[in-house]
Design a protein around this ligand. Sequence first.
Ligand code: ADP
Ligand code: MG
Length: 611
Amino acid sequence: MVTNPDKSRLQARFYYGFLNPHEQTRIREALFETVTQRKDLNIEFAIVLPDGRERIVHVQAEVIYDEQSNKPSKLIGTLQDITDRKLAHEFLEKSERQYRFLSEGIMHQVWTARPDGKLDYVNNRTLEYFGLTFEQMINDGWQSVVHPDDLADCVKRWTKSLETGEYYEVEFRLKKADGSYRWHSGGATAGRDSEGKIVKWFGTNTDINDKKLAEEELNLSEDRFQQLQKMEAIGTLTGGVAHDFNNLLTAILGNTQLAQRRLAPDDPVQLRLTEVADAGNRAAELTRKLLAFSRRQHLERRTVNLNNIIGEIMTLLERIIGEDVELSVKYGSDLPTVFADPGQIGQVVMNLAANARDAMPSGGKLTIETCCVELDESYCRKYPYVTPGRYVQIRVSDSGIGMNEEIQTHIFEPYFTTKEVGKGTGLGLSMAYGIIRQHEGHINLYSELGLGTTFKVYLPVAKKIAEENVLPTLLSFLGGTETILVAEDEEPLRNLAKDTLEELGYTVLLAKNGKEAVEIFGANRERIDLFLSDVVMPQMGGSEAFERIREMGGNIPLIFMTGYSSETVQSRFVEPKKTAEELGAMVIQKPYSLEQLGRAVREVLDKNHKP
Ligand code: ADP
Ligand code: MG
């Protein structure tokens, strides 16, 4: 076999002797065919070199025919050693097959790109996710499917990787075929040849949406938790101040009232004292709001239907919102009852309505709706203090100015207001917050600037149907002649109680604490008709003293005077004490007026006198 002038090709004269014995027959047949059928020879086969190494060669040749005899005279062609190319190709085919197998079977999006960054392969999962054809994907590239907010960052990193060849890693949202976005973690490494030149980029995108959302939720609930702790701290401070203030106000108001009763009605000092009483009452109102926020207010809870509470305040509501606002109320049907203080819940709704009105200065729509909802575990995870279960929901929506997020994080804080001086006190929502939390409920909101706000209040569905409590009837006759044992550690308040009750005709025995009260009772048991006591006192508190009195056989009723709600007092002081409810005691909230005290005392005494 003769030669080709191209030096790059192997020039050889070969004999059958070089051929791998297995190949000889095949080559003979091929040669035969070439000659008889007058076609070119084109064949690959193995040869064995003299040193024993086997190589694969490609032979391409044509038969030259003798011009006269027209018989084949020689074969001219090339023989090329293709062993290396062949091996490389086989290797590539194999690895390509493995790669495809892997990339199509895998749960991730897989892609490859040319050194310049242009996509040249994506697996089917990628195409399915984006709902694109391979051509669309290759031509439009990936930039059209990255969330606009994440794109700039992505491009920056990818460009940097293309320049430096370093690993590419990014978290971004990718647009699904249905238009929604899911978070992915994308990464790519450069594939290099033996000289270190980048020949390809291999990349994957992994769906991390669920993980990402869980993280966000956690961050959010951590934020909420911190917010909650802040509210608790403010609540403790406010509650403490309000409590002490109430004691002072009780003394101020009580003594003013007593003084006024002693003076002649036309005494010029009356006017001064009325001013004192007015200011005192305003202070008491303020303290009441702060107590409500700090969840230390005494609640008169009963089993009620929220629809009734809203029904009862309708007239008031209409007056609050004025004529420019259209009010629509949708009462949920078959609403379960809640265990709540109707006056306080009514107050919450009125505060929300007042805010809605302020948010709609040129009119709008206010909707109040009630319904029953189930708060599940996943909802409750977001709010550290909410427990799963059934709740009655009051939804108060307005079409007003709405709030931005910054404002939303502060609205429940006392004294936070965006209203001008004299218009807002910043206490409306703090009260609402405290009242609802004291009811083991929950309040949250959704607001959009310029569109409006929806507040949602949740109150737990009442566990058992308690019998309707009878509201105290208003007695016109306040006084009496019975003997009352009073325990109060603060001297001005002790004296005030004495003077007030004596003013009403009662006889009063005074004790500085629970221990003294028990002693006095022991010495005067026949005479004493009622125990009127502060809750928290040094040495012995009110409820313990009352239990001792009971143990001594004393069958007298109990009235607690408190600056706190009795429940809160229980949880704040660790001594084993019973609640007012457990003791069957009535509670009156400081500061009390002469009328309030007189009415409470009369009611309890009358009830006890009946067989
Ligand atoms: P005040 O009404 O005295 O300002 P609140 O505690 O009732 O105090 O409300 C606090 C703040 O919350 C308001 O000043 C206002 O910025 C915002 N706010 C409350 N309710 C709404 C509402 N429905 N729409 C828009 N902003 C509201
Ligand atoms: Mg308000």
